[in-house]
Design a binder for this molecule. Structure first.
Ligand SMILES: NC(=O)c1ccc[n+]([C@@H]2O[C@H](COP(=O)([O-])OP(=O)(O)OC[C@H]3O[C@@H](n4cnc5c(N)ncnc54)[C@H](OP(=O)(O)O)[C@@H]3O)[C@@H](O)[C@H]2O)c1
Length: 339
């Protein structure tokens, strides 16, 4: 692509867009935010003023068509990801889209195909994968320090407070129309962690407790592998969990502390004792994924090596299967995108 400065456009002005845009400011001057779009001009202008962004649009499509951006970051609720990402990819604008990148594996498969057809980069913003501590932990695992992994345990549950950060908005996590539920919002992290450690399981079993609107509030997943390895994964919105993760093998284990998906250190325990391994990080950690996207754009890649399409797709297939077992349905489950 031969670009020196990468021009970012931010789609939506909510919680995560704010955090991501803040972290973009931690990158060198070669990352510039040139535009923001919101459903409301007022919100777009406030966001633009907060971050010094020159162009503010009251429509996502106008940002995509503006010619002012190389890549968009999509921070809408999950059900809106698919249409915005598809429009951008068809226009040849690269996309970094929040997790889960779509509600269904079928939609993700379609986006990956549209990205290829349009020779345009597409990535899921699974920021955990680009966190330096997580990367160090998986290098450690790959070096054989604990032997072949046999068990993964990971947990992502917190008590949902009723008030959203913007009281005028519905509480997204409890709204079926906004893709509510703990699995797609939080459970995707333990699922990704286990997938990174062990790959795709041979068997998935899941149980879940749903509220009267069909939104999952508590989910437990058990994954089994042909190798004999297993994973036990939980997520929920009803309890303050330890929010930790571990990988264990015959020679020891690697443990991540509270908020395991963006840690500051991990602990390796082997026969020689427990060692705390810290890796310097800064910011909240969203700039690491942004830097990977920029590197891939400069190399003319359609896929960000640290945010692989296969992982995005296979994890959504596992989440489809989990939702079907626990009875969570989303709009789009019955759509046929094959034609
Ligand atoms: N990577 C992470 O750490 C992380 C953390 C939290 C959330 N997320 C993901 O990021 C996405 C957004 O989460 P969030 O917590 O930022 O949500 P949020 O605070 O509710 O913001 C979502 C924004 O999307 C836009 N939007 C478009 N259509 C909407 C609709 N029908 N209803 C409500 N808002 C709509 C709104 O912006 P405008 O009004 O400006 O258009 C809204 O402010 C989700 O997919 C979530 O899974 C990721």
């Amino acid at each position: 692509m031969g670009i020196d400065r990468v021009r970012w456009g931010i789609v939506a002005t909510g919680n995560i867009s704010t955090q991501f845009t803040h972290d973009l400011g931690l990158l060198p001057d070669d990352a510039v935010v040139t535009a923001v779009a919101s459903r409301s001009q007022d919100s777009a202008q406030k966001f633009a003023a907060e971050f010094g962004i020159p162009h503010a649009y009251d429509d996502y499509r106008r940002l995509i068509d503006s010619g002012e951006v190389d890549v968009i970051y999509i921070g809408t609720p999950h059900p809106q990801h698919y249409a915005v990402a598809r429009t951008a990819l068809q226009a040849g604008v690269a996309v970094l889209c929040e997790k889960p990148v779509t509600l269904t594996a079928q939609q993700a498969r379609d986006l990956i195909a549209v990205a290829a057809e349009n020779n345009t980069l597409f990535a899921e913003a699974m920021w955990m994968r680009t966190n330096p501590v997580i990367q160090a932990l998986f290098e450690d695992l790959g070096s054989g320090s604990i032997g072949e992994p046999q068990q993964v345990v990971a947990d992502f549950a917190f008590k949902l407070q009723k008030q959203s950060h913007k009281p005028s908005l519905p509480v997204r996590l409890l709204d079926p129309a906004l893709g509510g539920g703990s699995l797609m919002d939080g459970g995707i992290y333990p699922a990704t962690f286990a997938y990174m450690a062990l790959g795709r399981p041979a068997e998935v079993r899941a149980v879940g407790s749903l509220n009267e609107d069909g939104v999952d509030l508590n989910v437990a997943m058990a994954w089994r592998y042909e190798s004999g390895a297993v994973a036990a994964l939980t997520c929920g919105l009803r309890s303050q969990n330890p929010w930790v993760a571990s990988i264990s093998g015959p020679d020891g284990n690697l443990q991540l502390p509270h908020r395991f998906h963006h840690p500051e250190y991990y602990v390796r325990t082997t026969a020689s004792g427990a060692e705390r391994i810290a890796v310097p990080t800064h910011g909240r950690g969203y700039h690491y994924e942004a830097a990977e996207v920029m590197r891939a754009l400069r190399q003319g890649l359609l896929e960000v090596p640290a945010l692989p399409h296969a992982g995005t797709l296979e994890i959504l297939e596992l989440l489809d299967e989990t939702r079907s077992q626990i009875g969570v349905r989303y709009p789009g489950d019955d759509d046929d995108l094959s034609g």
